[in-house]
Design a protein around this ligand. Structure first.
Ligand SMILES: C[S@@+](CC[C@H](N)C(=O)[O-])C[C@H]1O[C@@H](n2cnc3c(N)ncnc32)[C@H](O)[C@@H]1O
Length: 212
């Protein structure tokens, strides 16, 4: 059967990712969000939830590394970065990044965060985690929303004015979750990155500047 234009596009993005040294195509989704909302501005402490195989961690490392020089001024600045990635799956190491293998919805995960970041607040939380899809769009969407509520709880680790990005599925309860985000962030936006599969109902929510 001839390949669809979507399949051709996916393959092209896959080849581009390999060529640029990224572990997955997802890197381009994060780069699309960055281009639009500059979520990595002055960001040094980052938590990435659902990280395997690790392309978002690679992107996060590039930005936080360059931020050390770029924002070396009188405003908020750090001379080092800290990035933690977590996944239930195995993740090949990335130099200078802390990788934790566990379910981030487990209460014990908070201990890992506290220990690694020394109880300091984070500049950015990223979440590209998705549930294992069953194929039933309605129950999958409900399970993903439930996961998103769990992820939103972790905002307690974020500094005031920190940024937040998470993946959600469009459908029932999306609006309620969007409203919930608005309670906690000064600006909330949704984005379907160019590099995201058009047929999937995944979309990203961006929370900018966590409220007091
Ligand atoms: C789409 S992949 C992430 C891709 C990643 N952003 C990258 O660029 O390489 C989603 C990941 O979320 C993980 N995940 C989903 N729920 C999780 C949970 N509760 N705890 C830890 N990892 C989870 C899955 O195991 C999967 O590896």
């Amino acid at each position: 059967m001839p390949k669809s234009s979507e399949e051709h596009r996916n393959e092209a993005v896959y080849r581009k990712a390999k060529k640029e040294g990224y572990r997955a195509r997802s890197a381009f989704k994060l780069l699309d969000v960055q281009k639009r909302y500059n979520i990595f501005k002055r960001v040094f402490y980052i938590l990435d939830l659902g990280s395997a195989p690790g392309s978002w961690l690679q992107v996060a490392k590039q930005f936080s590394e360059s931020n050390i020089e770029k924002y070396n001024d009188n405003y908020y600045h750090r001379d080092h970065y800290k990035i933690m990635g977590v996944d239930t799956k195995n993740l090949a190491p990335i130099e200078d990044i802390k990788i934790v293998k566990m379910d981030f919805t487990a209460p014990e995960f908070q201990v890992e965060i506290d220990n690694y970041f020394n109880r300091e607040k984070l500049d950015l939380i990223l979440c590209d985690a998705s549930i294992n899809k069953s194929g039933n769009k309605f129950s999958d969407q409900a399970r993903q929303i439930k996961l998103c509520y769990n992820v939103l709880e972790l905002r307690e680790n974020l500094k005031i004015k920190g940024n937040f990005l998470l993946k959600i599925f469009q459908g029932a309860d999306f609006e309620n979750f969007y409203k919930k985000m608005k309670q906690h962030f000064m600006v909330v936006r949704s984005l379907k990155p160019k590099s995201s599969n058009k047929k999937s109902n995944e979309i990203y929510l961006i929370g900018l500047k966590k409220k007091y």
